[in-house]
Write a new protein. Structure first.
Length: 422
C-alpha cells in the first residue's frame, strides 16, 4: 500500500527527507490516488463544483487517502500553489525551530526546505509566480523556494508600531542579526495578547501591486513591497473599548483572488482584519481609514476570508462560523453557523462551500444554505477516516486548504502529518 511504502522510505526525522527524495522517482505520478475513488461508498456530505470551468459536482467523503510525516512537531500553516502542483508546510523542527518544506503533490516528496527561522513559523505566503515564498515567525523571511536561499528579512522596530507612519522607508535587517521572539501561544499554535506589539503575526498578499500586508501584535498593518525589498507605510487600527490594543490574527481583502479579463489582478476596495479580542476591522484600501470596527465573536478570531466583494467569513475559538453581508450596517446580525463542540482553528472556502476544522474534525457548511426549520444554521461535523484502514483520525487539525481542481483538500495536523483528503 502507498502509505506503508512511503513510511519505509522516509524516517521520522525531516532532515532525512532529502536523502530519501530520490527514491520517490520510482513511483508513478499520483501513485497514492485511489483508482476506485469514483465508486467509493460513503455518505454524501456536500456536493460542490471542482473548478471554475468544471460543472460536474464532486462529493466530500471525509476520507484521508494519503498521509506523510512532514515535520517533527506540529504543522502550523500550509499554502498551496495555484496550479496545485506544490504544497508548502510550516512546522516545528529540531530545537523547536520553525522549518518550511516544499512538497510535490504528485509524488508527495519534499523538494526543498528552508531552515532560516530561529522561532516557530506562524504563517506562509506564496508570492505569485516569482518562485519566492514569505514566511513569518515574528519577522518576515522572503526566500527562494527552489534554492532555500534567504532574499530579504524584515523586522519591525518597537517604536514604529506606536506611531503611525505613512512615509516609505527602506528597513530590512541583515540575515545575520539575531531574531529573538518571546511569545505566548494557545493550543493549536494561536498567538495570544502576550505577543510583542512590534512583532509580525500574519500575512496577506495583494497581487495587484505585488505587496504584502502584515499584521502586528498591536493591531497595526505594515505594507511591504516584496519585489523591491522595501517596508512601506503603516496603518494603525483604533484602540478597542478597553483601551488596549489587540493582535492581528488574520487578514483578507475583497477581490484579492479575482482577475480582470486580461489576466491582471484586481485592486481591492477594502481590507479586513480579525483580532485576538474577537473584533473585526474594515479598512478602506485606498486611504487606510478604518471604515468599521465591531465585536464579531466572543473569542479569538482565527481566520477571515472574502469569498465575494460584499461578504466576510469569520471563524473563532467561540466555536462559531459567521458570514457578514457588508452591504448592510457593519456589525449587523450575521448568519451564524453552529455545530462544532470546540473552537474553530481554521477554514477554507471554494465557491459556495466551506470546510472548517475543529480539533480532529472537519465541518461542512455552505454560503447558500438555508436555515433549518428552527431558524438555525448548522455546521455538519465529521470525523476524517483513513481510506485504507477505515480507522478514525484522532490527530488535532491545525490548518486546511481546498484543492478545487484536484477535487481534494489537504490538512496539517499537530502530530506533524500532512494529510490529503477527499
Amino acid at each position: 500500500m502507498p502509505q506503508r511504502r512511503i513510511s519505509e522510505v522516509i524516517s521520522k526525522n525531516p532532515v532525512n527527507m532529502h536523502e530519501a527524495s530520490s527514491n520517490f522517482d520510482t513511483f508513478e505520478p499520483w501513485f497514492w490516488f485511489p483508482k476506485a475513488a469514483a465508486s467509493w461508498d460513503g455518505p454524501d456530505f456536500l456536493g460542490r463544483v471542482g473548478g471554475l470551468k468544471d460543472d460536474h459536482p464532486w462529493k466530500i467523503r471525509a476520507s484521508v487517502i494519503y498521509s506523510t510525516r512532514a515535520h517533527q512537531g506540529a504543522i502550523r500553516s500550509l499554502a498551496v500553489c495555484r496550479d496545485e502542483s506544490m504544497v508548502f508546510t510550516a512546522g516545528i523542527g529540531a530545537g523547536f525551530k520553525g522549518t518550511v518544506q516544499k512538497w510535490e503533490l504528485t509524488r508527495v516528496n519534499s523538494l526543498s526546505s528552508y531552515y532560516g527561522h530561529e522561532e516557530v513559523v506562524n504563517d506562509i505566503c506564496i508570492l505569485s509566480s516569482t518562485g519566492r515564498v514569505a514566511s513569518c515567525d515574528g519577522t518576515i523571511h522572503v526566500w527562494n523556494s527552489c534554492t532555500g536561499k534567504l532574499i530579504y528579512l524584515f523586522a519591525e522596530s518597537s517604536d514604529s508600531t506606536h506611531h503611525p507612519s505613512h512615509i516609505s522607508s527602506f528597513s530590512k535587517i541583515n540575515p545575520e542579526q539575531a531574531n529573538m521572539l518571546n511569545s505566548s501561544t494557545l493550543s493549536g499554535g494561536l498567538l495570544t495578547n502576550a505577543f510583542d506589539g512590534s512583532l509580525y503575526t500574519c500575512m496577506h498578499q495583494i497581487e495587484f501591486d505585488d505587496k504584502l500586508i502584515v499584521g502586528t501584535g498591536n493591531g497595526s498593518l505594515r505594507f511591504i513591497d516584496v519585489a523591491r525589498g522595501l517596508k512601506l507605510h503603516l496603518w494603525r487600527g483604533e484602540y478597542l473599548e478597553s483601551g488596549f490594543s489587540s493582535l492581528v490574527s488574520s487578514i483578507c481583502s475583497c477581490g484579492s483572488d479575482k482577475m480582470r479579463m486580461d489576466g491582471a489582478s484586481l485592486s481591492p476596495s477594502w481590507i479586513a482584519t480579525g483580532l485576538s479580542s474577537g473584533h473585526c476591522r474594515l479598512f478602506d484600501a485606498r486611504s487606510g481609514n478604518v471604515i468599521a470596527s465591531w465585536k464579531a465573536h466572543d473569542g479569538y478570531v482565527t481566520k477571515v476570508a472574502a469569498p465575494e466583494d460584499h461578504l466576510l467569513v469569520t471563524s473563532s475559538l467561540d466555536r462559531t462560523l459567521k458570514i457578514w453581508d457588508l452591504r448592510r450596517n457593519y456589525g449587523s446580525q450575521p448568519t451564524i453557523f453552529r455545530g462544532h463542540t470546540d473552537g474553530i482553528s481554521s477554514f477554507s472556502v471554494w465557491g459556495q462551500d466551506i470546510i472548517s476544522i475543529s480539533r480532529n474534525k472537519i465541518g461542512l457548511s455552505s454560503l447558500s444554505k438555508s436555515a433549518d426549520e428552527d431558524g438555525r444554521y448548522r455546521i455538519i461535523p465529521q470525523n476524517l477516516y483513513m481510506a485504507e484502514q477505515g480507522t478514525k483520525n484522532i490527530s488535532m487539525l491545525s490548518s486546511i486548504s481546498i484543492l478545487p481542481f484536484s477535487r481534494l483538500f489537504v490538512v496539517g495536523a499537530e502530530d506533524g502529518y500532512l494529510r490529503i483528503c477527499c
